[in-house]
Ligand binder design. Structure first.
Ligand SMILES: [Zn+2]
Length: 403
């Protein structure tokens, strides 16, 4: 094991490396912000990060988990050696909002921290993995990567996210997305409405069913949706409609049964209207497990970049596929604010805040916290062992509480 003094020294070296990378990192985050890509189709954004990582001598595996834009970068030549720390990179944007969830910074921070760790780690065993995780905003790229074994090399995982305050380890909740497509028959609404089968009615009746369901779910549950297609003209019976629905709950284990009940609302609506229903399910985003020992690693590094420890770690009711990573291995997400107005993700003001000098300062600060935390973990396998035990204990306590 490395001495406390040399650990202090290599952290300071990592900070100096990150300062040197600033212009390059800012150029990447700004480029991504100016050219947002959404869904699975994000080759430009993923390419900016893999080019950056390769330029700085990281070994990059592209197209992992059979996903075009997924990648895993690591220090060359030491795949299974010592502690593996995963740094989560995201890079997809939001439809209509661009980079309104700070993913342009998330990806760049993970890559910058990974490069800095590689440069200072020297002969110490262990590896850092920059996990390039596509389509966080609904697709669940990390879930496919977990299923395909991409995360098997990692013992613990770290991630940064933009927020409205300094927070470390904020618990969130589980979520699932689904689409309902109703197909009816079009007809002239005035001349021959009796010949039509109204798909817009099916969409509206789905919401009527969901609204009746709301009284009979536990208080943690959220059900929210939109009708993204509901006909083309008021004088034509709508032939097709499409409903996009999301459900959330504290525990991912509750979502499968809840999802069936929402499906039943759509099935009932199809029956009532005589439309045909197609159901499409996205993978379930698990709630984020917060392991206190993992949270402590990040908290201890805040003072090194001049930040105070947050006094609380409030529950949020958002969801993320990093939750699935947190169910597999100990994980911590920390946040820094990007403006002084308290903007929150998924708003236009937050999108604007992801492309400012304050955002670039946050990028550098977050990369330093992440690199220092990764170095703490890589150089202290005993600490990682106890964090892994703590994670297992937390999971079994939760499982027992549910039984
Ligand atoms: Zn988001």
């Amino acid at each position: 094991m490395i001495s406390q003094d040399s650990l202090k020294t290599i952290k300071q070296q990592a900070f100096a490396e990150i300062d040197l990378l600033r212009d390059e990192a800012v150029a990447i985050a700004a480029d991504m912000h100016a050219n947002p890509e959404i869904g699975w189709d994000t080759p430009r954004s993923a390419g900016l990060l893999t080019d950056y990582l390769e330029k700085h001598d990281m070994f990059v595996e592209k197209g992992v988990a059979n996903l075009n834009c997924a990648f895993r970068a690591s220090i060359p030549g030491r795949m299974d050696d010592g502690v593996g720390v995963a740094l989560l990179a995201e890079f997809d944007a939001l439809p209509g909002l661009g980079h309104g969830c700070s993913h342009n910074l998330i990806g760049t921070i993970a890559a910058t921290a990974g490069i800095a760790v590689r440069r200072v780690l020297g002969d110490n065993p262990g590896n850092v993995y920059v996990m390039g995780c596509p389509f966080e905003e609904g697709g669940g790229g990390k879930i496919y990567m977990i299923d395909e074994g991409v995360f098997d090399v990692a013992d613990v995982s770290l991630m940064w996210h933009g927020g409205n305050a300094v927070r470390v380890g904020t618990p969130n909740i589980a979520a699932a997305s689904m689409n309902y497509t109703f197909t009816g028959r079009s007809a002239h609404s005035g001349n021959a409405p009796h010949e039509g089968i109204n798909a817009a009615d099916a969409a509206m009746l789905t919401f009527a069913g969901v609204n009746a369901l709301r009284q009979h779910v536990t208080p943690d549950v959220r059900i929210h949706g939109i009708i993204d297609e509901g006909g083309v003209a008021p004088n034509t019976v709508p032939e097709r409609s499409s409903v996009r629905m999301m459900i959330r709950a504290y525990h991912h284990e509750d979502l499968s049964a809840l999802r069936e009940r929402v499906h039943d609302c759509a099935r009932g609506a199809a029956l009532m209207t005589g439309t045909k229903l197609e159901i499409h399910e996205e993978p379930i985003y698990a709630e984020r497990l917060v392991v206190p020992g993992m949270r402590k690693v990040v908290l201890e590094n805040l003072s090194l970049v001049g930040l105070e420890m947050p006094d609380s770690d409030p529950q949020t009711f958002a969801s993320a596929d990093s939750g699935n990573v947190s169910q597999k291995i100990p994980h911590v997400t920390f946040t820094l604010p990007l403006d002084n107005e308290g903007s929150v993700p998924h708003t236009p003001s937050f999108a604007a805040a992801c492309n400012t000098d304050m955002a670039w300062d946050a990028l550098i600060t977050a990369a330093k916290i992440m690199a220092a935390s990764a170095l703490d973990l890589i150089t202290n396998p005993d600490r990682v062992t106890s964090i892994v035990e703590e994670h297992a204990g937390l999971k079994s306590t939760r499982a027992n509480a549910r039984n």
